[in-house]
Design a protein around this ligand. Structure first.
Ligand code: ATP
Length: 324
């Protein structure tokens, strides 16, 4: 293998740049030519492919977002789109790919590998931390810390005015971000898509808590089964039937995707990026380079996509116990 390409795809996450840097510099170190594909699969189809050098990735290890841009591509979901993408790679002589993204990105990469036999390896880039085969995903730690900073600030005003705050964090299908920011932020409740939310129990506990606490923080993952934070707040308010209580909602939104990556994310991104290039050279295809128990591991795309990473049970217990 002499020429490889790297791209970022799906939702961006802090640390993607550190990962690109690691891929580019490891590839050059190992004597490979390396290309950057702009705007993920969409750029692959449009032929938006440029040679990268060591200096192409200077001064980006600390930056959020992705210098290669990210995109979602409907065209890549069609055989015609993928054929065009493959022809573009062939015309550049590209023999291997590093895909930085989430489970959708890996689904596309798996299909592409099966159709054209092109070697592909993935790096887990998503703030959701919902990928099997790695303890943490690139961007998760930064997103948790961003959410935490916001929760700390909201707690100040919640306490000053004796309010009950519902804080919505990202997580359509996974509650990792809600759980870790909830523990770190001392939330009274965390509502996640993985477990059924019992609003009657929440209301009962809130009434009890009000005897000892004057303000409360409830962290809601956007994909909770009872709805978004606004909807849940309305339901709780109608059940609690106490006009003296003030309820507020804050949706953190896209600030959770941005910002300079934490040290933990930069290190994880660098390790995964280097492992991805090593994996390509060793013939480890259609898999993702992740880190589990401190060690680099390669997990097949089939498992990354097909297996569910469960929430850590102790984390859910912690919230219950520490919020008394
Ligand atoms: P995040 O979890 O942060 O949203 P992601 O990688 O899961 O990231 P998606 O938008 O789900 O983000 O997927 C990224 C891209 O991968 C899609 O826009 C599409 O081009 C490609 N992709 C996803 N599913 C398929 C599929 N079944 N076939 C071909 N390509 C796919």
């Amino acid at each position: 293998m002499k020429k490889i390409a790297v791209f970022t795809s799906g939702g961006d996450s802090p640390g993607m740049n550190a990962c690109i840097r690691a891929v580019v510099r490891t590839a050059i170190f190992k004597g490979l030519e390396v290309y950057g594909i702009h705007r993920g699969y969409e750029g692959m189809i449009d032929g938006d492919i440029k040679r990268m050098h060591s200096y192409s990735v200077s001064n980006i290890v600390q930056r959020g977002g992705t210098i290669l841009k990210s995109a979602r591509s409907e065209k890549f979901k069609t055989p015609e789109g993928r054929k065009k993408a493959f022809d573009n790679l062939k015309s550049h002589g590209i023999e291997g790919l590093v895909a930085i993204g989430g489970d959708g990105t890996f689904t596309g990469a798996k299909i592409f590998h099966e159709e054209f036999g092109i070697p592909v390896i993935g790096c887990p880039g998503t703030i959701d931390n919902d990928i099997y085969g790695t303890d943490y995903t690139i961007g998760f730690d930064t997103a948790v810390n961003t959410a935490l900073e916001a929760i700390d600030k909201i707690r100040d005003t919640a306490a000053a005015h004796d309010r009950i705050f519902f804080i919505e964090v990202m997580g359509r299908d996974a509650g990792f971000l809600a759980v870790e920011s909830g523990i770190g932020g001392g939330a009274e409740f965390v509502m996640v898509p993985e477990t059924a939310t019992d609003l009657d129990a929440v209301v009962k506990s809130l009434k009890n808590l009000r005897k000892t606490k004057t303000s409360s923080i409830i962290v809601v993952a956007e994909g909770d089964d009872e709805g978004n934070a606004e909807e849940i707040m309305a339901k709780v308010k109608s059940k609690i039937k106490d006009d003296s209580k003030e309820f507020k909602v804050t949706t953190l939104g896209h600030i959770q995707r941005g910002g300079n990556p934490t040290a933990r994310d930069r290190v994880l991104a660098s390790r995964c990026g280097m492992a991805a290039v090593d994996g390509l050279l060793q013939g480890n295809f259609a898999c993702m380079a992740g880190v589990m128990n401190q060690a680099v591991v390669y997990t097949s795309f089939a498992d990354c996509i097909g297996k569910t990473k469960p929430l850590i049970e102790d984390h859910l217990k912690l919230i219950d116990i520490l919020s008394i």
